[in-house]
Design a protein around this ligand. Structure first.
Ligand code: FAD
Length: 332
């Protein structure tokens, strides 16, 4: 099997990967992006983005097309249907990257395989899966589309509580449905939530010890079926939106043993320079610890990784240097 050589290989052509590709290729590094499906990642599945600076509103596929054109105009190479299955350290110190039927090598690898929202797994969830139809997994992204509407949120962790508080700024009424009596979120968030719930005429309500068992509607969300797990009682609850906050699953299974992962599968890195524990391997976007899980932060991560790559190539010993404030920004 022939092995093709690059300066930089990027794993995943979502926003983080394409941001990294633009900067790496424009800096004249021989750059390859390997993408399992086709370019775009999660953002390609939405037709309305309102929080990417420079565009008041743009669709995901349109924005991705522009990102791809921009990166390839500087000669970044993008291979689609190229799922990376493993990586290894080669004898000469470079990193070998393996896909089905092809192998590549590079001095630097930037990992950008993203994460997927954990689904609730109830009937008709997929059918309504976009903010226009009423199912969303991101309050920060989609709350404004539900202004003045009656919606529900599902979950009990930090994200669920924080995002529900955010939704309450827009919705006419938001009901947070949680399967237990106690929340897993930080105490400070729980106090904020309860403070809001207990306000006179609050638009934020709770349904505890309850789960959503089905989503209903014709063409768009019109109701959810709520079951009380203690009494077994079920009811149809009218609403126009369902926000699901039950976790993220990073797409990092293929990296186990090559880079350090957290217990939940996120890639460990120093959040300053995005270095993993494996020299020459950076990480960017939704798959890393501490990610903000937003389009702009994923792009910015990719750009940062490509900028810090230059520092590593100039001086590989820098990899073990602590994150510090003496190092001047790497470029412009
Ligand atoms: C429906 C929806 C709407 C959203 N709306 C907004 C919004 O309005 N504003 C906002 O800021 N954010 C929004 N987000 C969040 C945003 O899309 C993500 O934060 C962003 O896409 C993360 O980018 P990423 O590049 O890190 O990962 P991803 O977008 O997940 O891209 C990762 C890429 O890597 C590929 N990949 C995975 N494993 C491999 C492998 N082994 N080999 C090769 N390739 C691989 C995947 O196929 C994918 O293309 C939305 C998300 C969704 C799902």
């Amino acid at each position: 099997m022939s092995q093709q050589d690059y300066d930089c290989i990027i794993v995943g052509a979502g926003p983080a990967g394409l941001g990294a590709a633009l900067y790496s290729a424009r800096d004249r590094f021989k750059t390859l992006v390997l993408e399992k499906f086709y370019p775009g990642g999660q953002i390609a599945t939405t037709d309305r983005i309102e929080n990417y600076p420079g565009y008041e509103q743009i669709g995901g596929p349109e924005l991705i097309e522009k990102m791809v054109n921009q990166a390839t105009s500087f000669e970044a190479e993008i291979k689609t249907s190229a799922e990376v299955s493993s990586l290894e350290r080669l004898e000469d110190g470079r990193i070998g990257v393996h896909c089905d039927g092809a192998s590549y090598a590079a001095r630097v690898v930037i990992l950008t395989p993203g994460s997927s929202y954990r689904k609730l797994g109830v009937p008709r969830e997929d059918e309504f899966r976009n903010a226009g139809a009423g199912v969303s997994y991101c309050g920060t992204c989609d709350a404004p589309f539900f202004k003045g509407r009656k919606i529900v949120a599902v979950g009990g962790g930090n994200t669920a509580v924080e995002e529900t508080l955010h939704l309450a700024k827009f919705a006419a009424e938001v009901t947070l449905i949680h399967r237990r009596q106690e929340f897993r979120a930080q105490q400070v968030l729980i106090e904020e939530l309860m403070g809001k719930v207990n306000e006179a005429n609050s638009n934020l309500k709770l349904r505890l010890d309850s789960v959503v068992t089905e989503i209903g509607g014709a063409g768009k969300v019109e109701s959810v079926r709520i079951k009380n797990v203690k009494t077994g009682q079920e009811e149809d609850f009218g609403c126009e939106g369902v926000f699901i906050f039950v976790g993220m699953v990073p797409n990092t299974g293929f990296l186990d043993g090559f880079v350090e992962l957290t217990e939940n599968g996120f890639i460990r890195c120093d959040c300053g320079y995005l270095r993993t524990a494996t020299p020459g391997v950076f990480v960017a976007g939704d798959c890393r610890v501490g990610a903000s899980m937003q389009l702009i932060t994923a792009v910015a991560d990719g750009v940062n990784a490509a900028m810090w790559m230059k520092q590593y190539l100039r001086n590989p010993g820098w990899w073990n240097a602590p994150v510090s404030d003496w190092l001047q920004p790497g470029g412009w």
